[in-house]
Design a binder for this molecule. Sequence first.
Ligand SMILES: [Zn+2]
Length: 338
Amino acid sequence: MNTRYKKQELFVGKTGQQLVRQAHIIIIGAGALGSASAEMLARAGIGKLTIVDRDYVEWSNLQRQQLYTEDDATKKLPKAIAAKNRLQKINSEITIEALIMDVNSHNIEQLIANTSLIVDATDNFETRLIVNDAAVKLQIPFVFGACVGSYGLQFTIIPEVTPCLHCLIDHVSDQHITCDTVGIISPAVQIVASYQVTQALQLLTGTYFEPILKSFDIWKDESSAINISSLRNNNCLTCGMDRNYPFLSLHHETKTDILCGRDAVQIRPSTNRSISLKNTYERIQHIVTHVIINSYLLSCTIENNRIVLFKDGRAIIHGTHQPDEARTIYNKIVQHNL
Ligand SMILES: [Zn+2]
């Protein structure tokens, strides 16, 4: 007899557990929030988890990104792969799909199609608004969560029922959802992820819940819960009467992103194209040092900058937060491949 989910089944019921087993959840981002949610959802026995992340494991992640080990950081494994490796050891009965990619307006609809719900674990607001547009368009619940410092924020968007993220944009203070230099402590992450996973389980098992925006500061021991039903905006361009999903349009895309809390810039080519890391290395080996190459990425140092190049042509350039400078460095490495 399989006793694995016995304690959970006592709580959500046999039917509830079957619904959990049949679900497919996509987690967008595999940093601190994504790691915490993914581990809880894998242990809960979600039938399929898709984990999407654009980055790789670094030593500075280990303080709070619970799925990763020193070995992952040494090997610079992409987070999606390292997460899958760890989660499959935790639960070999479920299906885990790892995608190393940047979520954008080109790919979001395809990514979330046929999923039961979306767990938000991104580190930037631009991506969240793209996900929000696609979630409303495809009518898929979107479990929003954010944290910075000791502060956290969570609410769930149910298309056509609750306000969407775009409706709430003026009510959610920028300083609380934009990563900056204040740092973060992991207890704040754990609380947001716990709220997110609770709402996910409630959605999957058909349990009714009020649209409540929860926020807290665990350091100051403060919290609040506000019913946001009345904040749905009829003029919202994402969920209102005359909607056009503005964040799914290309003009909202940037090709360079300054990465949250890091002295680094991501460069994203306008079209995704598979490049050969081995050929790239052979061509540039005389100008680079400190090379690590694995099946997913090539990391090397050129002058004073470290560049990490992925197979889809994306790169993260460290040691700068100037997009132009990052682009110049990128072109030294990649221009002939694209
Ligand atoms: Zn809206």
